[in-house]
Design a protein around this ligand. Structure first.
Ligand SMILES: Cc1ncc(C[n+]2csc(CCOP(=O)(O)OP(=O)(O)O)c2C)c(N)n1
Length: 686
């Protein structure tokens, strides 16, 4: 029976289902594999269709009550897998709760398909129940908004609906990846009648549409829906998916190495463009999102790393790697020569900051977490590279903008010969990098409780091997050092060092905004651990933390957590998803929002009540609510013990941090950097 027959029989419910199946089949044929739904009546046709596709092995469904949490959960899956994830909600205020996650997805370019069910257009504006104007609800935060109207029974209309599904999945994961909103009105009845024969029709699907653009994450995520079934026509994949990680089921889970840019014409074109490259000493800055791939991302997006490191090595260029650049991990010695991660510390040294100032900067990815770095680079001519068209130039210093894959630019720069290698320039950066990490290591070792020096700062100058410049008073250094040792005995530095040691290679850490991401920037040294560092840095919100973490886990990536106490409390409905976590969550509990302690607001009237807003919540009670074991630790030894007890299982480790001690530790560390002599090659003489 056809859709026209549905009308003939008056079975609008059946037509609704056919319409919904066509849409979702189109999406599945273009790479959709996961739909996150929140309960409601108006979305029933789409939900029944999704349910049928789940039975056919093509789609996995996750119900999440709170739409805000559902959207961050979907964002987490999309972030880890780099493939479209759909959200489904009923009419009224429900889809509005997606908003913060939609903003984040729009800012960082992650593929969310927003399916809001709606009442028929004739009811809009007439006071009908649960009926609001949902058109263009997300304004400029979606790549496309489409409203195909009420289901229609004609074959061309159903074909168009299937095409619409493919289109939005491809647009959401294309070169300008991001959220796409479909508003989908349905008339009642919403449930099909008993005679309805509408069924999943994968065989009847059009041949897979391939959509190719310069940097699309969808280029090869387009699959034939026939892949949903194995050769015997049995269900595959998603039945197993419920218990196993992505790598077990996804044919595309293995990140494929794509040879960097055999695209000769592009390199040739770039050679011409690059003739206007500025002269002098340069550096490469890799901000958040420079390398988007994760161990479970399915799309074979071109990898930046091989081209980047080859270029940096050949041209002796320092590469500053933001914690969220995807480029802090690497154990290869050749990479270590050019990889710089301690800039937020050593650029606080006035002379180092002066000597290392470049003549140009090649900016890849988004603005760095380090505010200091951003300010230091102000006025330096910049070459912006973004294949997705993002402008990352808040200081307005762009000289040249290349809307091209960064890997292609690196390849072209390397072969073009305009940038002359200056080993002395790179050596200066390496010296600053190494000296900073030497100071960090020495201070952490000296401050560890087992050294017996945490409470006594006397007689340690030999061990610390401080080399004061002649201009600096010895007494002043000792005073700073004493303060540092006292304060560094337990603060975020120890937590991050312990985490770095505990997380196995191949796993991930999702870090919350506010101070945790800044602490990570300061204390997580590049190289070594092969850990994927992730964060929601698009809008730098403290919202949706637990929900996103649960989504990353759902995507099959073993992911640890690091979060402040307010961020945790902000996503209380995310606690309902915490049973899905499979790795420890570390909470930096400093009793409120202590980022403000570093800002001019500190000390304003009623500062604690109105800015810091401590919640006075027992985290052990939250852990119990979430079904997580709980440890409360107050020193490095306690943390080590908790980490070894929790191992690779879920649990909440509450790290109690005294905010004032932490602030003093950081101020003392920065001051210590400021007064150290940094005696590396050329720095002392320059
Ligand atoms: C959704 C959202 N609301 C408010 C803010 C403003 N904000 C930034 S940091 C912060 C405090 C976060 O506190 P916590 O997570 O405990 O981390 P801490 O600053 O103590 O390290 C707030 C409220 C924000 N970034 N995002």
């Amino acid at each position: 029976m056809s859709a026209a027959d549905d009308i003939g029989r008056g079975d609008i419910g059946c037509l609704n289902l056919r319409w919904s199946l066509a849409l979702l089949e189109g999406m599945v044929s273009a790479g959709l594999r996961h739909l996150v739904l929140s309960p409601g009546a108006r979305s029933t046709p789409l939900l029944i269709a999704a349910q049928r596709l789940e039975v056919a092995g093509c789609l996995q469904l996750t119900p999440i009550l709170d739409e805000r949490s559902a959207a961050f959960f979907a964002l987490g899956i999309a972030r880890a897998q780099l493939r479209p994830v759909a959200l489904l909600a009923t009419s009224g205020s429900a889809p509005a709760h997606w908003y913060p996650a939609v903003i984040e997805a729009a800012e960082v370019g992650l593929p969310l398909l927003l399916l809001s069910a709606d009442r028929p257009p004739r009811l809009r504006g007439w006071g009908a129940n649960q009926t609001i104007d949902q058109t263009r609800l997300f304004g400029a935060f979606v790549r496309e908004f489409l409203d195909p109207g009420l289901p229609q029974a004609t074959a061309p209309a159903l074909k168009a609906q299937r095409a619409l599904g493919r289109r939005v999945a491809l647009v959401s994961s294309g070169q300008r990846a991001g959220p796409v909103h479909l508003n989908l009105p349905f008339d009642e009845p919403l449930v099909p009648g008993p005679a309805c024969t509408a069924a999943v029709d994968l065989e009847g699907a059009e041949p897979p549409l391939r959509s190719v653009d310069a940097g699309s994450i969808a280029v090869e995520s387009v699959v034939n829906v026939a892949e949903c079934n194995d050769s015997e026509g049995n269900e595959t994949g998603f039945a197993r998916l419920k218990t196993g990680p992505v790598a077990e089921w996804s044919r595309e889970a293995e990140p494929r190495e794509v040879e960097p840019h055999g695209a000769e014409p592009m390199v040739t074109r770039l050679e011409v463009e690059l003739r206007s490259w500025p002269a002098g000493r340069g550096l490469i800055l890799c901000g958040p999102g420079s390398e988007l791939r994760t161990p479970v991302s399915s799309a074979p997006r071109l990898s930046l790393a091989p081209s980047l490191w080859r270029c940096a090595e050949a041209l002796a260029l320092p590469v500053l790697v933001d914690p969220l650049s995807g480029l802090r991990a690497s154990a290869q010695p050749a990479i270590a020569e050019t990889q710089i991660s301690a800039y937020d510390s050593f650029l606080r040294h006035p002379k180092v900051a002066r000597v290392l100032r470049p003549d140009w900067v090649l900016r890849i990815g988004r603005a760095p977490v380090s505010k200091l770095l951003g300010q230091w680079l102000e006025g330096v001519p910049a070459i912006l590279v973004s294949e997705t068209g993002v402008w990352s130039d808040s200081s307005h210093d762009a000289l040249l903008r290349l809307e091209l894959p960064a890997a292609a630019v690196c390849d072209a720069l390397r072969v073009q010969g305009r940038v002359k290698p200056r080993p002395d320039w790179l050596a200066r950066w390496r010296a600053a990098e190494q000296e900073t990490w030497r100071l960090v290591d020495a201070s952490l070792a000296q401050a560890s409780p087992s050294s017996g020096l945490a409470s006594s700062a006397t007689d340690t100058s030999a061990d610390l091997r401080l080399r004061p410049s002649p201009a600096v008073q010895e007494a002043r250094i000792d005073e700073r050092k004493a303060g540092l040792l006292r304060t560094l005995s337990w603060s975020e530095a120890q937590v991050i060092a312990a985490l770095r040691a505990a997380i196995p290679d191949g796993e991930a850490l999702f870090c919350a905004n506010s101070m945790p991401i800044r602490q990570l920037d300061t204390w997580w040294r590049a190289g070594g651990a092969q850990v994927t560092l992730l964060g929601n840095r698009g809008a730098s919100g403290i919202d949706g933390y637990l929900s996103t973490l649960a989504g990353i886990h759902q995507a099959g990536l073993a992911c640890w957590g690091l979060v402040g106490d307010l961020s945790l409390c902000h996503d209380l409905s995310g606690l309902l998803l915490a049973t899905r976590l499979d790795r420890p969550l570390l909470v930096l509990n400093n009793g409120g929002g202590h980022i403000f302690d570093y800002l001019p607001q500190r000390g304003l009237a009623d500062f604690e009540r109105l800015w810091q807003t401590p919640q006075r919540v027992e985290l052990s009670a939250l852990a119990a609510l979430a079904g997580l074991r709980h440890w409360r630790v107050e020193d490095a030894e306690g943390l080590d013990a908790a980490l070894s007890e929790v191992g690779l299982t879920p649990g909440m480790i509450e790290c109690v941090i005294d905010p004032e001690v932490s602030r003093q530790a950081h101020l003392a560390f920065w001051e210590w950097i400021r007064v150290s002599s940094f005696p590396g090659p050329d720095i002392s003489e320059a």
